[in-house]
Design a protein around this ligand. Structure first.
Ligand SMILES: [Zn+2]
Ligand SMILES: [Zn+2]
Length: 148
């Protein structure tokens, strides 16, 4: 995973005109420590371990600012925003049951070209494939329930 260390984070924020505050640093750190692609609620839970008085609103707004600045990215899963600190080009497996998103890498997918008609006049900045399905943990649970 390619994320920012504290120095790079400070630089990225100030270069884009976002004030560097201990709170914002802690929110980014909590996003990393939450692991995977946490929802705002999950990041909030992790931030509160470090900053017990922080409000959900502050955490949510910081996450949206990071997204606007391109420091992190955001994806929808199960009607919820999921925040992704991985800046390296990658693709997603999305479990439709538990809404877990897992990263994977594929040079083949990275080099996929759009059909000429679809891509006409459109400047592609990034392309990410989301594969929807059922993860192995959910499949195993399902097998258990059916007694098979
Ligand atoms: Zn699952
Ligand atoms: Zn991801």
């Amino acid at each position: 995973m390619q994320s920012l260390d504290n120095n790079a984070l400070r630089k990225a924020m100030s270069a884009r005109g976002l004030k560097v505050t201990p709170q914002r640093m802690a929110i980014y750190g909590a996003l990393l420590s939450a692991g995977g692609h946490p929802s705002a609620e999950e990041v909030f839970g992790a931030v509160r371990r470090v900053l017990p008085n922080v409000s959900f609103d502050t955490v949510y707004r910081a996450l949206l600012s990071f997204t606007e600045l391109g420091i992190i990215s955001v994806h929808e899963a199960g009607g919820k925003k999921r925040f992704d600190p991985n800046l390296a080009g990658h693709h997603h497996l999305h479990c439709m049951r538990c809404n877990r998103i897992t990263d994977f890498h594929s040079p083949e997918l990275d080099s996929v070209k759009l059909p000429p008609q679809a891509g006409k006049g459109f400047q592609v900045l990034s392309m990410r494939m989301t594969v929807e399905g059922i993860c192995s943990a959910c499949s195993a649970k399902n097998r258990g329930r059916n007694g098979r």
